[in-house]
Design a protein around this ligand. Sequence first.
Ligand SMILES: Nc1nc2c(ncn2[C@@H]2O[C@H](COP(=O)(O)OP(=O)(O)O)[C@@H](O)[C@H]2O)c(=O)[nH]1
Ligand SMILES: [Mg+2]
Ligand SMILES: [Zn+2]
Ligand SMILES: [Zn+2]
Length: 222
Amino acid sequence: MHTTEIPIGYDVLAANSELARSNRHKLEKHGVTAFNIMGAIGSGKTLLIEKTIERLGKRHRIGAIAGDVVARIDAARFEKHKIPTIGLNTGKECHLDAHLVEHGLEKLPLDSLDILFIENVGNLICPADYELGEHKRVVVVSVSEGDDIVEKHPVIFSTADLIIVNKIDIADAVNADADKMVRDARLINPRIDVLKMSLKTGDGFDEWMDFLNRSIKKNSSL
Ligand SMILES: Nc1nc2c(ncn2[C@@H]2O[C@H](COP(=O)(O)OP(=O)(O)O)[C@@H](O)[C@H]2O)c(=O)[nH]1
Ligand SMILES: [Mg+2]
Ligand SMILES: [Zn+2]
Ligand SMILES: [Zn+2]
């Protein structure tokens, strides 16, 4: 890893976006469609990716980047599924950025991948500002975060392509209205895809498969 000197007044986010474009170009050159999976700690990001590997791992070649503040617990969960995995530790930072992901891409066998899942650090604030080079931005939010979580974090939902309202199996137990969360998401971002899911019961998983297939097809016809 190297550090980059940033001249005073230089726009950090603009520099990040430039690196993100270069990451995306690199991914496209190798025919890889990348998904930036964002959401709070415990919303179900890692489990979503694991279940997707189980469902699609025989038909598509999947790789993963796991962003964590410290340790590589999520990376180890992906490695158990025998897919190429890079764990990125952000240290004190609460989000991944395009520079970290650039180093992750250097270590992945991109030529032998079709799909890359990038699990961002658990946080609903700053990951919204940092593009990584992904093709699609997905936010996983669970009903146990409270059904006002969407309206409280408009920025991340306004930049997402898909919102997954997860853990609907426990909505009654935590007194949450999943449909309100869906309505809030559509108010913030009318173009967004929203689906309700339970990774426990499998509800909504086929719609997630449809979203993935549409996204992959669109990218491969570029
Ligand atoms: N009841 C229920 N639990 C879930 C669901 N999805 C994830 N979990 C649980 O929520 C916890 C956090 O999941 P994880 O994937 O590690 O979340 P992450 O921090 O976003 O990566 C785990 O104990 C999961 O088993 C769901 O749909 N329903
Ligand atoms: Mg995780
Ligand atoms: Zn570097
Ligand atoms: Zn951050």
